[in-house]
Design a protein around this ligand. Structure first.
Ligand code: SF4
Length: 296
């Protein structure tokens, strides 16, 4: 859907507010997609990518912005958003890890809200304080937490900021889920979802985590193996052995198909949305739940 937004002329006053002590706020910038109809169901949005991420997931699609620097004045990002105004009803902040740049993200979200657009955040959940601040200021309409399982090798340190140990991540992501869940239940957050990227290897983890996080909207997203650098989780192998094993694994285990993911969803026994490359997004209520609702 493409529609015209009435707030297509941003105010200069809004921009001057972000100059602090004479120095403009800068952001470590990762990229910009001016128009997307797939990143937020039911909306056309633009997507701002912020650079830097403390995790190192084995299948990361945005490896090139996990680290490095590209500092831009925030007004440059405002201008990018402005350029999409005639076509969008919201802005997604993604990364890298957008919540890592708390101050800049909050200012961006304030800018977006003042343009009467919706704010969506895609996060790995590692910075609950940022989520709490956004929610307390009513600056987020949608939060999608991408929950990384230990299998995904998120603790890699190569080119990273600092080693992220398993307990640290689990503790912080669970805190983030708790914060968002509360806001969602109180209707202070319109849309909330926990997303698992699913491979044949991490199904068991997902079962465990799903029990731990309770009743939250879940998405199972079809994962696709890359040639990852899972050095922390495969430290006993040489690099050559690792690459060889991984290649075999990729050949033997292509991405799970919709029906296979539905089988996993069935075991989770809760309403789930499933995203695959082949079919896009579908809702899955599960046989058991459907049977139970027919009996009522
Ligand atoms: S959380 Fe993982 S997938 Fe997301 S940007 Fe960081 S390394 Fe990549």
């Amino acid at each position: 859907m493409i529609f015209c937004n009435n707030s297509s002329i941003p105010s200069n006053n809004l921009r001057t507010k972000i100059i602090r002590h004479g120095d403009p706020i800068k952001l470590n910038f990762g990229g910009f997609v001016p128009l997307s109809t797939v990143d937020w169901r039911g909306r056309s949005v633009c997507t701002v990518f912020l650079r830097g991420c403390p995790l190192r997931c084995s299948y990361c699609q945005n490896e090139e912005i996990q680290a490095g620097e590209d500092w831009r004045e925030i007004k440059e990002v405002f201008e990018m958003i402005d350029s999409s105004l005639p076509f969008i009803s919201g802005v997604i902040f993604s990364g890298g890890e957008p919540t890592m740049q708390k101050e800049g993200l909050i200012i961006l979200a304030q800018y977006v809200k003042k343009l009467n657009l919706a704010v969506g955040i895609q996060t790995n959940g590692f910075f609950p304080d940022t989520l709490e601040s956004l929610l307390s200021k009513e600056l987020a309409d949608k939060i999608a937490i991408d929950y990384k399982t230990t299998w995904e090798g998120y603790s890699g340190t190569i080119g990273g900021y600092y080693p992220v140990v398993k307990d640290n991540y689990e503790r912080t992501v669970l805190k983030s889920i708790g914060i968002c869940k509360k806001a969602y239940e109180k209707k202070a957050l319109d849309e909330f979802e926990v997303v698992f990227t699913i491979f044949y290897e991490n199904q068991e983890y997902i079962m465990e985590i799903s029990k731990k996080i309770g009743d939250v909207p879940l998405v199972l997203q079809q994962g696709e193996h890359k040639m990852p650098v899972l050095r922390n989780t495969a430290s006993e192998m040489t690099h050559g052995e690792y690459i060889h094993n991984k290649r075999i694994q990729q050949e033997e285990h292509p991405p799970l198909k919709l029906n296979e993911i539905k089988e996993i969803a069935e075991k989770l026994d809760k309403p789930i949305r499933i995203r695959t490359r082949e079919t896009g997004e579908v809702s899955y209520a599960g046989h058991r739940r459907r049977r139970a609702s027919r009996k009522r």
